[in-house]
Design a protein around this ligand. Structure first.
Ligand SMILES: [Ca+2]
Ligand SMILES: [Ca+2]
Length: 315
């Protein structure tokens, strides 16, 4: 009675009281009303019975724990496979691995080892074969930002098969007398022991104006059919064609930029005893050179390598 009166007299508190009342009723055993209705809904035990009948026919799916994946790591890898990521350029294109545009001053700048430091003649572009198969450089072309127009820097390779990981250096060559063996646009030469066994070329630049600008320029690599496949640029350069592999490097180098790995960026060459370039030498490619694709076992596929050896008897 008291509760009823309160509900009638007050507004908001009545709701609270009502709620309390409802809760009380709901929790009270045997209370009629709401409890009855849900029971009706849940009541149909008939549904459960057919299930019983069906049980023998199709036993309830036992929650089968997924078979734990067998460890994919080989326990004892005999020979460590050469881990080579997908090259930055598609096969069969070469990849620029180092550029020396800013020749250091003094004797330390004699990159082509002809005994004289020359701001133009000692410039070089180093390329490698980043693939696991040989490539041929015939008619690939290197230019600067002028894209080979006019009397600007341009060098077209003669036929030369580069083995996987093999390095090739193209010196500007202006006023230079580079030690043999050295090739040019007419013909390639044998590997040069003076340059870490690389294939060495000279552009035979006819003038010191045919050179790479220290402040702003680009090295552009062209395919034999005239497509641009790689651009390395520095400083403010306009008019370069679009190219998927366009890399911007710092213009202010007193030395070269070299790739930090086969698939890495071009970064300032570490200064090794005061020498901040390394024509013909590209350490990361050594792994490719030592790999012998023909005799290598099939490359393990990431994550899916079977742990059990395949049956060897059956064909
Ligand atoms: Ca020199
Ligand atoms: Ca190098």
């Amino acid at each position: 009675m008291v509760i009823c009166i309160a509900m009638l007299i007050t507004g908001a508190p009545s709701a609270a009281l009502a709620a309390t009342a409802n809760e009380r009723t709901a929790s009270e055993p045997g209370a009629p009303g709401k409890d009855a209705a849900p029971k009706k809904d849940a009541a149909p035990k008939k549904d459960a019975e057919p299930k019983k009948d069906a049980e023998p026919a199709s036993p309830a799916p036992t929650p089968t724990p997924p078979t734990p994946a067998a460890p994919t790591k080989p326990e004892s890898p005999g020979v460590a496979p050469v881990a080579v990521d997908r090259p930055l350029v598609a096969f069969p294109h070469p990849l620029i691995s180092e550029i020396l545009a800013s020749v250091p001053t003094g004797p330390a700048g004699d990159a082509n080892l002809d005994g004289t430091r020359d701001a133009t003649g000692d410039e070089f572009i180093e390329i490698i074969n980043p693939h696991d198969k040989p490539i041929n450089l015939k008619n690939y072309r290197l230019t600067d930002k002028s894209l080979g127009k006019g009397k600007a820097l341009s060098f077209t390779f003669p036929a030369l098969e580069l083995q996987p990981g093999e390095v090739c250096v193209v010196f500007n060559g202006c006023n230079a007398t580079i030690a043999q063996p050295v090739g040019d646009a007419g013909a390639a030469a044998a590997a040069s022991p003076k340059f870490d066994g690389a294939r060495v070329f000279t552009m035979r630049a006819s003038s010191s104006r045919v050179s790479l600008s220290n402040a702003a320029d680009a090295v552009v690599l062209w395919t034999p059919d005239g497509r641009v496949i790689e651009i390395v640029r520095w400083g403010k350069v306009d008019g370069l064609p679009p190219c998927e592999l366009t890399e911007e490097v710092s213009a202010s180098q007193n030395g070269s930029v070299q790739r930090e790995s086969l698939t890495g960026k071009l970064v300032a060459h570490p200064s090794d005893g005061g020498v901040s370039f390394s024509p013909g030498k590209f350490g990361p490619a050594a792994a490719l050179r030592s790999a012998k694709p023909d005799t290598q076992p099939p490359k393990p596929t990431k994550g899916t390598a079977p742990s059990r050896p395949a049956p060897s008897g059956k064909k």
